[in-house]
Ligand binder design. Structure first.
Ligand SMILES: Cc1cc2nc3c(=O)[nH]c(=O)nc-3n(C[C@H](O)[C@H](O)[C@H](O)COP(=O)(O)OP(=O)(O)OC[C@H]3O[C@@H](n4cnc5c(N)ncnc54)[C@H](O)[C@@H]3O)c2cc1C
Length: 398
């Protein structure tokens, strides 16, 4: 907590922190050591507890069972949840479901809200998002081969996607597909709901990431759409609006990710400090007495604080002026915080020595899986370009 934490949030954040510490962190070894069969039923119990506590789906309006808080409020919550590898899932605000919920809430038809958003918001089903293709550079969001062709009352979808996070066990995906190849670049594609039991849809495999194929919501699937037929009413928003909606989705999505990463950094620093003061180098010397270790702790603290203010500022800007007005701030936090995360985790692992690379702490898991933070939702270089263009603009115009 600090002086900028809105006062109405303080009791909520304290309850969430206490829940994460007492209910979720003790379960982490099951997750980290891959005992998923034992873990999933316990997580369902924890999810029921979160619902009973009325802390469920904090990003959603109350009509869909959420808390009705602003994006800025949710940013504070996301930080608390990020301290555990299980936080976002247990509170039903994990990616990519959180993005799909926001998308359906903002652009879905009444029928889509009833059929897909309601059960998603209730945590009865999960979903995924299929945009990136192995054969095309995902950094160019308007460049793809997947097509959705109208046939009678249906769309017939053909394409090859990968990194559909959480496809295993999901009920539906939102696929980005070209609906009008002749339209202007930004109007070619649409977003369409495809239930995963639709004939023609198949999961090829869970893509191995840093030696880990994952499971359930913690996995990234390669998928195929082969003459996959869905009703035209499954389109979200209007035809050709796929790119514009993806931009709308990614603005708040980057706040969610960035605050989750800051939560990870906070936990990594907590673990670092606890280890440094407890680890003896000799009978009268501890790791925490070494200046190098103190430097790392100070550097991590300063970088985390800087990152947090930047993200809160971007969240406030989205709340007050919209995602478009905040696009440069969103790009800035995306690459800045992802790199702070890498450095803080790296220092934390180094302080832990051999223990740091084991799965007896969450550090190695985060180090493996959050390397991707500098790639997904736009690689560092793409976001740096956005910021550099704004900085250079007045010089070019002078
Ligand atoms: C763990 C993980 C989860 C993901 N989840 C999903 C998901 O749920 N759904 C989904 O659809 N996708 C998902 N993705 C895909 C992700 O969005 C893409 O990987 C990302 O957009 C980059 O696309 P690419 O991998 O094709 O890299 P490319 O576009 O081929 O880029 C490769 C590299 O080139 C460099 N580069 C790219 N453009 C520029 C430029 N303009 N200037 C300078 N350098 C540049 C960058 O260093 C970049 O890393 C996920 C990816 C990962 C790793």
């Amino acid at each position: 907590m600090d002086f900028r934490t809105p006062s109405h949030l303080v009791p909520i954040l304290e309850r969430i922190r206490s829940f994460v510490d007492s209910e979720l962190i003790p379960l982490e070894p099951l997750f980290l050591l891959g005992d998923f069969d034992a873990l999933w039923p316990v997580l369902e119990e924890k999810r029921a507890m979160v619902k009973a506590e009325r802390l469920w789906a904090p990003q959603l309006p109350t009509e869909f069972g959420g808390t009705g808080l602003s994006l800025l409020d949710f940013a504070f919550i996301s930080l608390e949840l990020g301290r555990s590898v299980l936080g976002h899932y247990v509170f039903n605000c994990q990616a990519p479901d959180v993005g799909n919920m926001e998308l359906l809430h903002q652009f879905g038809s009444d029928e889509q809200k009833e059929r897909y958003l309601k059960p998603l918001a209730a945590g009865e089903i999960r979903s995924c998002f299929s945009m990136t293709e192995p054969e095309f550079a995902g950094s160019n969001p308007v460049y793809m081969a997947t097509t959705a062709v109208k046939d009678g009352d249906d769309y017939v979808i053909n394409g090859h996607k990968w990194f559909s996070t959480a496809a295993e066990g999901a009920a539906f995906t939102v696929v980005m597909a070209v609906t009008d190849p002749d339209a202007s670049r930004y109007r070619r594609a649409s977003q369409i709901i495809v239930p995963l039991d639709t004939p023609g849809f198949r999961i090829v495999c869970n893509t191995p990431v840093m030696g880990d194929r994952g499971s359930g919501w913690a996995s990234h699937a390669e998928v195929m759409f082969e003459d996959c037929r869905v009703p035209q009413s499954n389109i979200i928003g209007e035809e050709g609006a796929g790119f514009a909606m993806a931009q709308e989705r990614l603005g708040p999505g980057r706040i969610h990710h960035a605050m989750r990463w800051i939560g990870i950094c906070e936990r990594a620093l907590e673990l670092t400090c606890r280890h440094a003061v407890g680890r003896r180098l000799s009978s009268n010397q501890f790791l925490a007495d070494q200046q190098t270790i103190q430097n790392w702790i100070a550097e991590s603290r300063a970088e985390i604080d800087a990152a947090r203010w930047m993200v809160l500022n971007a969240a406030w800007l989205i709340d007050t002026e919209g995602a478009y007005a905040a696009r440069v701030e969103i790009s800035t936090i995306k690459f800045f915080v992802a790199n702070v995360l890498q450095r803080v985790l790296d220092r934390a692992i180094q302080v832990h020595g051999g223990l740091g690379v084991t799965d007896y702490t969450p550090l190695a898991f985060w180090f493996r899986h959050e390397r991707a933070a500098r790639i997904y939702d736009g690689a560092d270089e793409v976001h740096k370009r956005v910021l550099a263009r704004r900085i250079l603009k007045p010089y070019r115009e002078a």
